[in-house]
Design a protein around this ligand. Sequence first.
Ligand code: ADP
Ligand code: MG
Length: 436
Amino acid sequence: MNAWDQIKQHLESKVSVEAYQNWILRTGFLGQENGVLRVSVPDHVTKDWLEQDYAAHIRVAVSNMALPIESVAYELASGQPRYTALRHDAQDGEEFSPASQLNPKFSFENFVVGSCNQFAHAAAQAVAATPSRSYNPLFIYGGVGMGKTHLLHAIGRALLRNYATMRIVYTSSERFMNEMISCIKTDRMPLFHRHYRSADVLLIDDIQILAGKERTQEEFFHTFNELYDHQKQIVVSSDSAPKSTPGLVERLRSRFEWGLMVDIQPPDLETKMAILDKKSESEGVDLPEDVRVFIATKTRNNVRELEGALVKLLAYSSVTGARINLPMAQQVLKHLNQNQEKRMSIDSIVRATAEHFQMQPSQLKQKSNERKITYPRQIAMYLAKELTRSSLPEIGRAFGGKHHTTVLHSVQKIDHLRAHDQDLNRTIHTITDAIR
Ligand code: ADP
Ligand code: MG
């Protein structure tokens, strides 16, 4: 393996999946002479990003692996165009290929449909079949690792197949922002506008990243209007509903609400089992029933974690040659047990709840009947009842001396609401995952 591929592998374990896809995946080894490693990058933004933000990671990788490298030189893949990410508009006749940005593994065929995601899946398929005529914009939201990026890529790939001439632009919101900043700096905004505003379909991932970034939201707002006015399809993903995304400007929020909003709920046990089946089948391994149940019940409700467990198990089995069975799975995946047995205290629940609602833990214990306090407090009480062995009076005392009937009322109320209110249901999952 060449030095850059080794460094890439190191980076893959250090940065988020999104960051890896955005900035690292499309770089390549060019050569290595006299301590200088030459690396090709697709565009200027990537170059800046690697030079500034990843320099430290790269230095660590070089020294960990004792590579004979003193510096890294990044070179634009195709030579002169200064902004190759927006190459569609460059004059050199070179085609910018959207397919290169879409992960072939993220297809509709590989997506397991369960009750938690069937609506989002159906809407995504409708858009891929008849863009601009089904739902516009389509807004897909849900927690981390629920398959949002997977669906966006699947839409893109299906469109490429169905409509060969359509211009499909997929971007992460982070990339949108960085390209915008770079184009402002280099006086190339017309290029930026052309790139995004000439799309037939714009797929933009993780819009919550733009929360609080008003200049970028304004830019996106104009992009949105331009596309929408010309009946171009827009698909947006986010980790929460527009109304529960603080820092999203009102006019964008209302635009998103014009179309269809669909959410993806955390996968239930059945869906998790089906996903394990599909993944192990595609890896060509036969997972014993008890091992499947073990992994599905011990992972939290997050597909990424589920996949991580399976990958670890397969790697262990292939390295040691051992057959996969339950004792081996329990040994290799023992961290999953700690996952569940992690000590939950009322304090840790209060902290996680307060953090989620962006308030101080002490506020949850105040005497106050304001809804912005009582609602999070009811959720925290509910979680305390569900996740600890504390009695109702104990919980009452921990929340500033509430009567045990008040606690009971809160627990019942949240329990009831949660059955119908999917946003609340997700909030509860998110807080539970965040308890430390
Ligand atoms: P998100 O963007 O919502 O954080 P991703 O789309 O990145 O989540 O999904 C995380 C991982 O889980 C990916 O590898 C994806 O392929 C997989 N995944 C998520 N949901 C499903 C599903 N329903 N069927 C198959 N794989 C899934
Ligand atoms: Mg994602």
